[in-house]
Ligand binder design. Structure first.
Ligand SMILES: C[S@@+](CC[C@H](N)C(=O)[O-])C[C@H]1O[C@@H](n2cnc3c(N)ncnc32)[C@H](O)[C@@H]1O
Length: 306
C-alpha cells in the first residue's frame, strides 16, 4: 500500500528549516505502521527543525524521541523549548526584532560548544531562534532579511510572528517528558548508543545535510568523506533505520548495497531553485511507494517510473 503525503496546515516546528521534512512525517508514520514499529523510540540524530520527531509525537506513532544536533544554536533552542519554556517565551516577547538586536547577538554565532562558553544555554537558544527567524531562508549562518541596509520591502521582522512562534513553542513543549535533546555528532552519538539501539524498540530517522546544497544551508555540513562514513556506518547497523537525502548520483552510488530499499519522493518545497525537490528515501526496512494528492500526482508517476 502506498503512503499519503498530504501536508498538515500549520507546521508544529517553530523553526523555519532549510530542508525541513514536515511533509515526510506522514510517510514515515506509514513505514512505522507497516513494519510493526508504532510506539517505538524514535532517534533523530540530525534534528534541525525536528519536524519528523514532533509530528510523530503528535500523531502518537512514537512513544518518545531522542534528538541530536551539532549546531550549538539549534541545539540550545531545542534545549530551551523543552527545559526553559517560560523564560524562552518571555525573552521572545521582550526582544525587539531589529537589526540592532541582530548585531548584538553576533558573538553567539562564534560559539562552537554550548558547554564551553559564558553564554547560558537559554541565551544561545534565543540567539538560535532569532537568527532562524530573521536570516535569509532561516539559515543560521546567513545575513538578515532585507540586508544590512534594510532597504528592501522585506524587513528583518517579516518572518518573526511572535504570537505564532510562542504558540508553537508552547504546543511542542508539552511533549517535553517524551523528548531528549543532545548536543553533538550524529554518528558518535549512535555509536555510543549501540547497546540501547540493539536491545530496545527503536527506529532511527536519519536526515543528514544535503549532498549538493548542504554547505550553503547549514553551518555544519558534510564533506564527501563524511557522506561515505555515514553510508559505511549505516550499512553495518541491524536496527531499523530510514534515511532521507537529496537525489544525487553520488548518494545513489553510496547506498547501492545489499537489499536496501530506495524510494524517490517529491516534496513540495524548493531548495534554492524553482523546481520541486526530489528526495531519496533509503531504508533497511521494506518501504512502500508514496501516494500523492492533487497536483503532485503527475510528479508521483514520474518518480515511480524511474
Ligand atoms: C537536513 S537538516 C535536518 C532537517 C530536519 N530533518 C527537519 O525536518 O528540519 C540536517 C541537520 O543536521 C545538522 N548536522 C550537521 N552535521 C551534523 C553532525 N555531524 N551531527 C549532528 N547533526 C549535524 C545540521 O546542523 C542540520 O540541522
Amino acid at each position: 500500500m502506498g503512503r499519503n503525503l498530504t501536508p498538515r496546515r500549520e507546521p508544529l516546528s517553530p523553526l523555519r528549516y532549510p530542508g525541513g521534512k514536515a511533509l515526510l512525517a506522514a510517510y514515515v508514520s506509514g513505514v512505522l505502521e507497516e513494519n510493526y514499529l508504532s510506539g517505538c523510540t524514535l532517534f533523530e540524530p540530525f534534528a534541525g527543525g525536528a519536524s519528523v520527531s514532533l509530528e510523530l509525537l503528535r500523531l502518537g506513532f512514537v512513544a518518545e524521541t531522542v534528538m541530536v544536533e551539532r549546531d550549538p544554536l539549534v541545539y540550545a533552542f531545542w534545549h530551551s523549548v523543552f527545559n526553559d519554556t517560560d523564560a524562552l517565551c518571555a525573552a521572545i516577547e521582550a526582544c525587539p526584532v531589529t537589526l540592532d538586536t541582530w548585531k548584538l547577538l553576533q558573538p553567539a554565532r562564534e560559539v562552537d560548544d554550548p558547554a564551553q562558553t559564558e553564554y547560558t544555554t537559554l541565551q544561545l537558544g534565543i540567539a538560535g531562534l532569532f537568527f532562524n527567524r530573521t536570516n535569509f531562508s532561516g539559515i543560521i549562518g546567513a545575513g538578515p532579511i532585507g540586508g544590512e541596509s534594510q532597504s528592501s520591502n522585506y524587513k528583518i521582522d517579516c518572518r518573526f510572528n511572535k504570537a505564532k512562534v510562542i504558540r508553537q513553542i508552547r504546543t511542542v513543549a508539552a511533549f517535553a517528558p517524551r523528548v531528549q535533546i543532545h548536543f553533538g555528532d550524529a554518528i558518535q552519538f549512535l555509536q555510543a548508543s549501540a547497546e540501547t539501539l540493539a536491545t530496545s524498540f527503536s527506529f532511527v530517522y536519519v536526515d543528514p545535510p544535503y549532498y549538493a546544497q548542504g554547505k550553503k544551508l547549514y553551518r555544519h555540513s558534510y564533506t564527501d568523506a563524511d557522506h561515505v562514513a555515514l553510508a559505511t556506518f549505516l550499512r553495518d547497523q541491524g536496527y531499523p533505520w530510514l534515511l532521507s537525502y537529496d537525489d544525487h548520483p553520488r548518494i545513489r552510488e553510496l547506498y547501492a548495497f545489499n537489499q536496501l530499499q530506495l524510494q524517490p519522493i517529491y516534496l513540495d518545497y524548493k531548495v534554492k531553485s524553482n523546481r520541486r525537490a526530489q528526495e531519496l528515501v533509503i531504508s533497511n526496512l521494506v518501504i512502500p511507494p508514496p501516494v500523492y494528492d492533487g497536483d503532485l500526482s503527475q510528479q508521483a508517476s514520474l518518480a515511480l517510473a524511474q
